[in-house]
Design a protein around this ligand. Structure first.
Ligand code: AR6
Length: 179
């Protein structure tokens, strides 16, 4: 699996699945969530409401992931995940890593070969970009080790050069197999 980091806007990525840093309600918000809903159109919100009405009446738990269609995005699917909220004391790295591994489980289960991730929890939810980069890269590498045919590409799409730098440094670190 190829893992890369680029600067840019996740809503315009030409990938099979775009991961959304959502909240448990799945009903939209600010940040990357707001940008994805704005770009995808109201069909995305309708799909999320349908999930709430059917399989997720209490919302999506932190660290878990669920897919919908992607509306007007180029992607086929949006995979919604809920990062831990540091402001609420959710500082367990296992929860953050779970966002990445569960999103890959869901995306690969649908047949996605290419997946774009934002820096989940690095915005409103208050995690440092360094921590998110470290745990995201470790989680994706660990998932790739146990799913050799899982997906072809994971692309971290970072909104700022500063956050891109943290991901580039994490990716330059030793691969999990050599640790
Ligand atoms: N493309 C890529 N990255 C982006 C984009 C974009 N279009 N827009 C923002 N980012 P955040 P969180 C970056 O706050 O911390 C929402 O209200 C942003 O600069 O979007 O997980 C949800 O509904 C930051 O580095 O997500 C939740 O309530 C990163 O995406 C809550 O925020 C994540 O920032 C989730 O907070």
């Amino acid at each position: 699996m190829r893992i890369e980091a680029v600067a840019g806007d996740i809503t315009v990525q030409d990938v099979d699945a775009v991961v959304n840093a959502a909240n448990s309600s799945l009903l939209g918000g600010g940040g990357v969530d707001g940008a994805i809903h704005a770009a995808a159109g109201t069909g995305l919100l309708a799909a999320c409401r349908e999930l709430r009405r059917t399989t997720l009446p209490d919302g999506l738990p932190t660290g878990d992931a669920v897919a919908t269609g992607a509306g007007r995005l180029r992607a086929r699917w949006v995979v919604h995940t809920v990062g831990p909220d540091a402001r609420a004391g959710q500082t367990d790295p296992a929860l953050l890593r779970s966002c990445f591994t569960r999103s890959l489980d869901v995306a690969a289960g649908l047949g996605a070969r290419t997946v774009a991730f934002p820096a989940v929890s690095a915005g409103v939810y208050g995690w440092s970009a360094d921590a998110v980069a470290e745990h995201a890269v470790a989680a994706v590498r660990g998932w790739a080790d146990t799913h050799p045919d899982g997906v072809d590409l994971v692309r971290f799409v970072l909104f700022s050069p500063r956050v891109l730098g943290t991901f580039e440094r994490a990716l330059a670190g030793p691969a999990s197999g050599s640790r």
